[in-house]
Design a binder for this molecule. Structure first.
Ligand code: M6R
Length: 587
């Protein structure tokens, strides 16, 4: 996954795309590049690493047309040559791209036969040469359209040509959104890229292209026919996409959870009732998500089963494709995704729709691809989540499952009332644990391995806690049902191995504590997350007492804080962990 932003307007285009690139770094940050056009022609600056200031070679350009890219490498290693933009042989056309061109080899061989010389190993370069080839017989936008028609795979791409005064974008299976601010136009992977200038947007759909000359025109790639598109006003506020006084977005987003949860609870009752009817009447319900969104789905399965007695299956999104063909009209899919752009979720969901399945999505990004393919979407309303590690959206996703479950048993109001008390308890949980987790982080930072255990509805909190620890601190972490420890992992416990035991005083307490005993007897250093202390714990992370079904919402908070402070203690780049990207739009 990568981030792209292009600009056409009366302000300095390099300034505009630079600020956009900084806001898109959550999508990838292996390398960066900018291309712009001024009176002297096309200028390019690119390098490996994160962009840090307007590049010297572009600082004096008087330009109103630019494209740019921040990369998360897929095809070709991380090098200056492979960084975007890529240019045509004659140096007149520059292209940036997010996605994967699957027929790259075939196209490249064909273009080489026609005399094109390639300079990189990156699949995107083929697009620049293709446009150049078509430019021999067509004007620039039509050459881009002809090139797009030949591409297999996924793309959101932007192109400029020093001989044309147009910014051209095209999209298939990777996100692209148009932003409008009077005479200023932006084409970007995501709204935060231009949110400081405008919240007026037009989401671009698969198979569409945008030509921005004096004003933007959206067309179908297949026919060139113009498409009328309604404009959306995004409710996100700029301060939601800024760090404020926090050292990291991740910490800000952890602290924002009480506030954000209140927004998640502001749901349209009729829409929830519609979803509840769909879940109640579906013979089979499959919940699909990746990473954190799957962990939230696992909690959701327990909550729905506990409150409504309905059993739902949870699929790891990347494996779901292997079951899709067996599904039909009797299946309801609940697709869970913060970004709504994760390819592992999106592609099988689209296939499932073709097999007649209905799709309900739980998404944060309104207008995202998943939102648009769904029959009904429930929005998390958390505002943008910038930290690569998901925190506040987990809490919101889990909350949405409570709302669905209570609505399924016709207790929407009663459920809402109970959930309204949670934000304050999360606040309390944060203040109970902030200093304590900072202290425990000093122990954690010296360890290489750690294990998170829990039972019942908290089991998924253990897997989520381990994921946060891994991606933020780079410490090896595994999360598992406490009962599984004795089936193999116990062999890895040595003197001092940290075990994070999520064991609130609920129906699973005694059995989880039995597993804690087993680990302790082998030398484990036990960090207990519970509403009650125990002499088994070396450290106690206290959570408030609450109705057992809601413990996952509280127990996850100390896990987030522990992972965060361990990462800080180890000097990790918390908001942008190595090798990761916020939304993964490739398979
Ligand atoms: O945008 P999505 O919720 O679909 O993203 C799914 C995963 O890629 C995401 O949760 C990932 O695991 C995060 N890095 C977790 O912190």
């Amino acid at each position: 996954m990568c981030g792209i932003i292009g600009y056409s307007g009366d302000k300095n285009a390099v300034d505009r795309v630079y600020s956009g690139l900084k806001r898109l770094e959550y999508r990838g940050y292996d390398s960066w590049g900018i291309a712009c056009i001024d009176e002297d022609g096309l200028h390019i600056a690119k390098d490996v690493g994160k962009i840090d200031g307007i590049p010297d070679e572009l600082s004096n350009t008087e330009t109103h047309l630019a494209i740019s890219h921040t990369r998360w490498a897929t095809h070709g290693g991380v090098s200056k040559e492979n960084a975007h933009p890529h240019v045509s042989c004659d140096g007149s056309i520059a292209v940036v791209h997010n996605g994967i061109i699957e027929n790259y080899d075939e196209l490249k061989t064909d273009l080489e036969k026609k005399g094109h010389k390639f300079k990189s190993d990156c699949d995107t370069e083929v697009i620049a040469h293709l446009i150049e080839e078509h430019s021999k017989s067509k004007g620039f936008p039509e050459a881009v359209r002809a090139a797009a028609k030949q591409l297999k795979g996924s793309y959101a791409m932007l192109a400029i040509n020093k001989n044309a005064n147009e910014l051209v974008g095209a999209k298939k299976e990777s996100p692209l959104v148009l932003g409008l601010n009077g005479g200023e136009y932006f084409l970007a992977s995501d709204v935060p890229a231009f949110l400081e200038y405008t919240n007026k947007t037009v989401p671009i759909d698969d198979g569409e292209m945008v030509v921005i000359g004096s004003k933007p025109v959206v067309k179908k790639i297949s026919t060139g026919e113009e498409v009328g598109k309604p404009m959306d006003t995004i409710k996100w506020k700029l301060n939601q996409a800024e760090k404020g006084d926090y050292t990291h977005f991740t910490l800000k987003e952890i602290h924002e959870q009480p506030l954000v949860l209140k927004e998640t609870l502001r749901q349209n009752k009729e829409k929830l009732e519609q979803v509840a009817r769909m879940v109640n009447s579906a013979p089979r319900v499959c919940i699909v998500g990746a990473g954190t969104s799957r962990h939230a789905s696992l909690v959701g399965r327990y909550v729905i089963a506990e409150l409504t007695k309905k059993y739902c299956e949870v699929y790891m999104a990347s494996e779901f494709q292997y079951f899709v063909e067996k599904l039909g009209k009797d299946t309801l899919i609940i697709a869970v995704s913060q970004s709504g752009e994760t390819a592992d979720v999106l592609l099988p969901v689209k296939q499932a729709k073709e097999h007649g399945c209905k799709v309900v999505s739980i998404v944060n990004v309104v207008g995202s691809s998943l939102d648009r393919v769904s029959d009904v979407s429930l929005y998390l309303n958390t505002g943008p989540e910038i930290g690569v590690a998901a925190t506040k959206t987990f809490t919101s996703q889990v909350t949405m499952f409570y709302l669905i479950a209570y609505t399924m048993i016709y207790q929407f109001e009663a459920g809402l009332k109970k959930l309204m008390s949670i934000p304050e308890m999360i606040e309390e949980t944060i203040s109970l644990n902030e200093e304590k987790t900072k202290k425990i982080a000093e122990y954690m930072k010296k360890r290489d391995d750690t294990y998170f255990i829990a039972r019942g509805e908290n089991f998924a909190v253990a897997t989520e806690g381990a994921l946060k620890m891994k991606e933020l601190s780079y410490i090896h972490a595994e999360g598992m049902p406490a009962g599984e420890l004795k089936h193999g992992t116990l062999a890895l416990i040595e003197e001092g191995t940290p075990i994070i035991a999520i064991c609130p005083k609920d129906h699973t307490y005694e059995e989880t504590m039995a597993n804690v005993h087993e680990a302790k007897a082998r030398g484990a250093y036990v960090i207990g997350i519970s509403d009650e202390n125990s002499n088994m714990f070396d450290e106690w992370l206290k959570i408030p007492k609450i109705d057992y079904i809601f413990y996952p919402l509280l127990a996850n908070i100390p896990c987030q804080l522990l992972a965060y402070y361990t990462a800080v203690a180890k000097g990790r780049p918390v908001d942008t962990p190595r090798n990761l990207a916020k939304s993964v739009t490739v398979k």
